[in-house]
Design a protein around this ligand. Structure first.
Ligand SMILES: [Zn+2]
Ligand SMILES: [Zn+2]
Length: 213
């Protein structure tokens, strides 16, 4: 099954990452991935720059997907979690609540995945960097199941939510350093040639999540 790491950050557009895009591609090929998605914080790679990167990926037989990771907040700036967004032609730079984000992304033909919904924040128990139980109230397309910040307990919560909502589970490393690339992956039942295939197969739930280290 083709394996994709669908959650990565590069130092070009995510200040918190130490990964140069060229190294990301080289590393992805080294660890045997078939594809990779870049999901920078709050923005999507500009098309011209992304096309250059795609050229490098193509030479390594890797499929490259241009996504973004968007933070949401509701009234009183209360955090409502982060979401991986794919299929949009623009960066989502505004301030959105989780519900607003879902509406915008779907209106523009894209998909959303709740990023690390049960990754604990410093607030401790039941304070999450992700959407937490809010995933039950949102019309999402998938939930990130395998993530380095998800322990067994968090994964159990995501599996329960997958059962109840019918959303499929994805895997992504959320890499900010090179050695993490491919730590968690999404396995596709069918060949993925481009973004169109990628989005359709996630929507249809023809995927599995896997933790590799
Ligand atoms: Zn995140
Ligand atoms: Zn991330």
């Amino acid at each position: 099954m083709p394996s994709f790491d669908i959650h990565t950050h590069t130092s070009i557009f995510s200040d918190c990452s130490f990964i140069m895009p060229e190294d990301l591609i080289r590393r992805a090929a080294e660890v045997g991935l078939d594809g990779i998605a870049v999901t920078e914080h709050g923005m999507r790679w500009p098309d011209d720059k992304f096309a250059e990167l795609e050229g490098l990926a193509c030479a390594q037989d890797l499929v490259l997907i241009n996504g973004q990771e968007i933070k949401t907040a509701g009234a009183n700036h209360k955090m409502e979690g982060e979401f991986l967004v794919f299929g949009l032609r623009r960066s989502l730079t505004g301030n959105y609540s989780a519900k607003e984000l879902v509406e915008i992304v779907h209106a523009e033909g894209g998909i959303l995945i709740a990023a690390h919904p049960y990754k604990l924040s410093r607030g401790g128990r039941s304070h999450y960097y992700g959407a937490g139980d809010r995933i039950y109230d949102l019309q999402l397309d998938a939930l990130e199941l395998c993530h380095p910040g998800h322990d067994e307990r968090a994964m159990k919560k995501v599996r329960t939510a997958m059962d109840k909502t019918g959303f499929p589970g994805t895997g992504g490393s959320d890499s900010h350093k090179l050695s993490d690339v491919g730590a968690c992956v999404t396995l596709f039942e069918n060949k993925i040639r481009d973004e169109e295939d990628f989005i359709r197969e996630i929507r249809m739930g023809r995927i599995q999540a896997e933790k590799r280290k």
